[in-house]
Design a protein around this ligand. Structure first.
Ligand code: CMP
Length: 352
């Protein structure tokens, strides 16, 4: 956050510095700001390098996207001074600092994976784009060369119209005047819209798939942290991960209320809950589960369960519980054994 603020201040000073209206003193002030920001970025880089953890080490920091972008940000201004004679032009190299906005690897890797995932369909669309573009430019040349030799007198000249129309930018600086030229323009515009819609769809679905994959992996980590599931094979865990939903709950939240119908059961990944039994409250911690009795025996909730400290729970909805019973009876049998034990303990307590 602070780092983004620093980048914004530096870039704003660089951008404002290009305006002639700020005057001589304004230029000096903005120049000073850019230099101060550069100093802070360099200090941050040296600090990051110095304090890099022993594993994976300093070289790993330098090889990471974050390290590389920080390094490029430090060398942006010296590179500018080296390559351009005018100091004010050298400041334009501060534009490299804009990369700092995206240097956090999680965002970058997400974007990178999405592009990788959608590269094949995107390339097919790009090839189609080239075919339509060349056809449009060539046909426009054929239809319009006599009417507008200046703009359409050669295929390369007609390419400017083709790209502006195909990307639906339509500057309006060039327009076909012949009937065939206008018909062509209509088809090219529609073709452009269809192609952009396809691209947007491909990228959006790749984003959705990638987020789903990450969600799956996150839930997988949580499930394998629960001892109850640890004895199961990978196939069974994969089945269960698909059915479970992670939920973070704050202290004091009531998860189930006595007497209510049961709609889900819960596995505790971390934290602690209290089961308000009529005899005395009972604590359940990581690895335990609760809310199974109402699902197993079709009875109302036998107790109120409250969260004692911030907890992570895995929720198994009633429909998914039934699906699990069909697909993995061995898992539900284990839950049932514990459910029966609890029911008997409660009945014994009630008799007592
Ligand atoms: P359910 O009845 O659906 O909702 C309340 C939950 O509290 C219950 O399922 C059990 O998971 C849990 N519970 C009830 N009695 C006991 C007990 N004696 N020991 C541990 N947990 C219990």
């Amino acid at each position: 956050m602070l780092s983004n603020g620093l980048t914004t201040v530096g870039l704003s000073a660089m951008i404002l510095g290009t305006s002639p209206t700020v005057g001589e003193s304004g230029h000096r002030f903005l120049f000073g700001i850019v230099i101060v920001v550069w100093g802070l970025i360099a200090t941050k880089f040296i600090f990051g390098f110095w304090t890099a953890p022993a594993t994976p080490g300093r070289h790993a920091y330098l090889a990471s996207a974050e390290g590389l972008i920080d390094l490029a940000a430090v060398f942006a201004l010296p590179l500018g001074w080296l390559l351009t004679p005018a100091p004010s032009d050298a400041l334009l190299f501060a534009l490299i600092w804009a990369l700092r906005y995206i240097r956090h690897t999680s965002g970058l890797t997400l974007f990178w994976r999405v592009m990788q995932r959608s590269s094949t369909p995107l390339l097919s669309i790009a090839s189609l784009f080239v075919v339509i573009f060349l056809t449009a430019a060539t046909l426009a040349y054929v239809f319009e060369r006599n009417a507008q030799p200046e703009a359409f007198g050669s295929v390369p000249r007609a390419m400017w119209w083709a790209i502006a129309t195909l990307t639906t930018t339509g500057y309006g600086d060039l327009m076909p005047t012949t009937v065939w030229g206008r018909l062509l323009a209509g088809w090219v515009m529609v073709g452009g819209i269809v192609m952009f819609a396809l691209q947007a769809g491909i990228i959006a679905s790749a984003f959705a798939e990638e987020l789903q994959r990450r969600h799956f992996l996150h839930t997988w980590d949580l499930v394998t942290a629960v001892p109850f599931f640890q004895g199961l094979g990978a196939a069974a865990i994969a089945d269960i991960v698909r059915l479970l939903r992670a939920r973070e709950v704050a202290e004091g939240t009531i998860i189930v209320r006595v007497g209510e119908p049961g709609d889900a059961m819960y596995f505790i990944v971390s934290g602690e809950v209290t089961v308000q039994l009529t005899s005395e409250p009972l604590m359940l911690g990581p690895g335990s589960f609760f809310g199974e009795m109402a699902l197993l025996f079709g009875m109302p909730r036998s107790a109120t369960v409250t969260v004692n400290k911030p907890s992570v729970l895995l929720v198994l909805d009633i429909a998914d519980f039934r699906e699990l019973a069909g697909r993995r009876p061995e898992v539900v049998n284990l839950i049932e054994i514990e459910g029966k034990r609890r029911r008997e303990a409660n009945a014994a307590m009630a008799r007592f």
